[in-house]
Design a binder for this molecule. Structure first.
Ligand SMILES: Cc1cc2nc3c(=O)[nH]c(=O)nc-3n(C[C@H](O)[C@H](O)[C@H](O)COP(=O)(O)OP(=O)(O)OC[C@H]3O[C@@H](n4cnc5c(N)ncnc54)[C@H](O)[C@@H]3O)c2cc1C
Ligand SMILES: NC(=O)c1ccc[n+]([C@@H]2O[C@H](COP(=O)([O-])OP(=O)(O)OC[C@H]3O[C@@H](n4cnc5c(N)ncnc54)[C@H](OP(=O)(O)O)[C@@H]3O)[C@@H](O)[C@H]2O)c1
Length: 519
């Protein structure tokens, strides 16, 4: 389908994408039929490719994006972040209904359950609208050329082939993402074994009893949703939950609040356990595992969820162009996103963790800036982070333990304060926790601010609750400015009371004090 020069309205895009999901027909949006030389061809139009190409265009360059799916935006709106946020919101609502069940207008807690299949179906039916918007915006507003619904292949650093045509370019940016790691177990191919992608593509029954393998974000987020929906969930993790290599700066008090909270909600968490085999005939029936003490566990289930992480799709670029690949399967790049091959860049999940949207998008932008002659380095060794349980957990900077290893005088401001029983104090409280504060105070969340008492600089912010994630985008900036932010400056800021994180007012309570102490 050639759409160059054809105005396509936003509502017209959804049916076009729906039709192309089941066909191999390319969608072609080229100026001058793709003649001439591009400044960069982006292979992969996900977060990294879409933002990178838009930035290159904004800088006055000529980009082309090619994606094998019939839409731009990649895995995030199709299978990953967006469904995860929908499921996490459903989990938070179900969780509140269950805790408050039988009180006020809430139905009895025994009746609180949801069909996972129905929620997945809501996502399946609605996801094309995000795709439509990105195709429309990229063509109509950003004026970026693209070819969709066809894989691309780099022939050499100046030539890319797609849809039977070759294109010339000064640079290539490869941004083809990552793939879910396989469960390397007998029974891993049985019906009833899912991952984040196959869940939204293939689920056709309502699971009742689930085993999740893995112990990081995917395990915690999907496990919390399944349990909240009423599907009894066991998480089998070989490392302590949320203590994995990819997650840094997870404060131990925060971790404990979250893990205890999941257990309180009925999630069975087996730390130090390893799966041995998945058993079943027509569908999974049990996971056999080794428990933390070496014992054999037999966990009945009708659903197994794979949360063992992802590996970059580096095999193709290595085969096409011989780019260097690192020990975790990542395409090796420098801080300008340059690979080992001249004029070939890589971006996003393809270059390894952290596999997060901000990093993917900014890698694409970094490649674009360098291609357009603006030397620019992107260092993503530090960043704000978040995940969901039935709460949002957001954090940036050092944990209390990390701070104590590096600084002589560490001061902690936290809510509830140390040694106060949470049942006795309905704080922190704001949007999403008002009812808990009055009816079930210990569910109102947790927060901590870590400070260097000598310089008065804040070293880390940590929060569990609702509505604070946005603040962390800006707290990250303040914390990591060369001058950082002190407790005194924090106390000068203007809170919008009741604010989900109480960092400003809590800092203010101590700010005037010469020798800082905990609060
Ligand atoms: C379950 C889950 C939830 C997540 N939630 C969040 C979240 O809440 N927040 C967050 O920041 N991050 C989240 N992430 C991470 C985030 O989704 C990724 O970091 C991000 O999507 C990576 O973008 P990318 O452009 O590198 O890859 P992708 O978005 O995967 O894009 C790669 C693109 O390359 C295309 N492609 C592949 N091969 C070819 C080829 N040969 N030719 C042409 N095109 C090709 C694909 O079709 C795809 O569109 C989540 C991840 C998972 C798994
Ligand atoms: N921002 C968000 O909200 C969000 C949400 C979801 C996903 N993501 C991103 O998407 C990516 C994938 O997330 P993820 O949670 O699946 O992966 P992850 O963070 O890489 O964690 C993988 C988990 O699987 C375990 N594991 C790995 N191999 C295993 C094996 N063979 N057997 C048993 N356990 C194994 C790991 O345990 P060990 O620690 O013992 O190795 C770890 O607990 C991550 O980069 C993540 O940041 C982001």
């Amino acid at each position: 389908m050639d759409i160059a020069g054809q105005p396509i309205s936003l509502p017209e895009w959804s049916p076009i994408i729906e039709d192309h999901l089941s066909s191999r027909q390319p969608i072609v949006n080229l100026a001058s039929g793709g003649e001439g030389v591009y400044d960069a061809i982006f292979i992969g139009g996900g977060a990294a490719g879409r933002f990178g190409s838009a930035y290159l265009k904004a800088l006055g360059g000529r980009p082309l994006v090619i994606d094998r799916w019939p839409f731009l935006g990649g895995s995030c709106p199709h299978q990953a972040c967006v469904p995860h946020h929908l499921f996490s919101e459903a989990a938070a609502i179900l969780d509140r209904e269950r805790w408050l069940g039988g009180q006020l207008w809430f139905r009895a807690c025994e009746d609180v359950r949801a069909s996972i299949l129905d929620v997945v179906d809501v996502f399946r039916k609605g996801r094309v609208s995000a795709h439509a918007f990105m195709n429309w915006q990229t063509k109509t507003q950003l004026e970026v050329e693209y070819i969709l619904n066809t894989p691309a292949r780099a022939i050499d650093p100046g030539t890319v082939e797609a849809a039977g045509q070759t294109f010339r370019t000064r640079n290539i940016v490869i941004a083809i993402g990552a793939h879910q790691n396989r469960l390397d177990l007998p029974g891993a191919d049985l019906p009833g074994v899912f991952d984040f992608g196959t869940l939204v593509e293939d689920l056709d029954y309502d699971p009742r009893k689930c085993v999740i393998i893995g112990g990081s974000k995917v395990a915690v987020e999907y496990g919390s949703f399944f349990q909240a929906a009423g599907c009894q969930t066991t998480i089998l993790t070989r490392s302590p939950l949320l203590r994995t290599q990819n997650l840094h700066h997870v404060d131990e008090d925060v971790r404990r609040y979250v893990v205890d909270g999941m257990r309180k909600r009925g999630v069975e968490i087996i730390e130090g356990g390893s799966p041995i085999e998945i058993k079943g005939t027509d569908r999974v029936e049990a996971v056999i595992a080794q428990g933390p003490g070496g014992e054999t566990l037999h966990i009945d289930c009708d659903f197994v969820f794979n949360g063992v992480g992802e590996t970059p799709n580096s095999a193709l670029p290595a085969q096409w162009l011989g780019v260097q690949v690192g020990p975790r399967g990542e395409v090796v790049v420098d801080k300008r996103m340059r690979t080992s091959v001249a004029n070939v860049y890589a971006a996003g999940d393809l270059i390894g963790p952290p596999m997060e949207m901000f990093k993917a998008r900014k890698c694409g932008m970094t490649a674009a800036r360098n291609i357009m002659g603006e030397p620019y380095e992107f260092d993503f060794s530090e960043y704000p982070d978040f995940l969901h349980t039935t709460y949002e957990m957001s954090w940036v900077g050092l944990t209390e333990d990390e701070a104590r290893e590096r600084y002589a005088d560490v001061v902690v401001i936290q809510m509830p304060p140390k040694d106060i029983a949470h049942e006795d104090i309905p704080l922190p409280v704001a949007e999403g926790t008002m009812l808990y504060a009055f009816l079930k105070p210990e569910l109102s969340g947790f927060q901590k601010c870590v400070i260097d008492g000598d310089t008065r600089r804040i070293l880390g912010f940590h929060h569990v609750g609702y509505g604070a994630k946005d603040a962390f985008q800006y707290l990250d900036y303040l914390l990591r400015r060369p001058e950082g932010i002190t407790i005194d400056e924090m106390g000068q800021m203007n809170e919008l009371f009741l604010n989900p994180e109480h960092f400003i007012q809590l800092c203010r309570l101590r700010a005037g004090r010469r020798g800082l102490v905990d609060l």
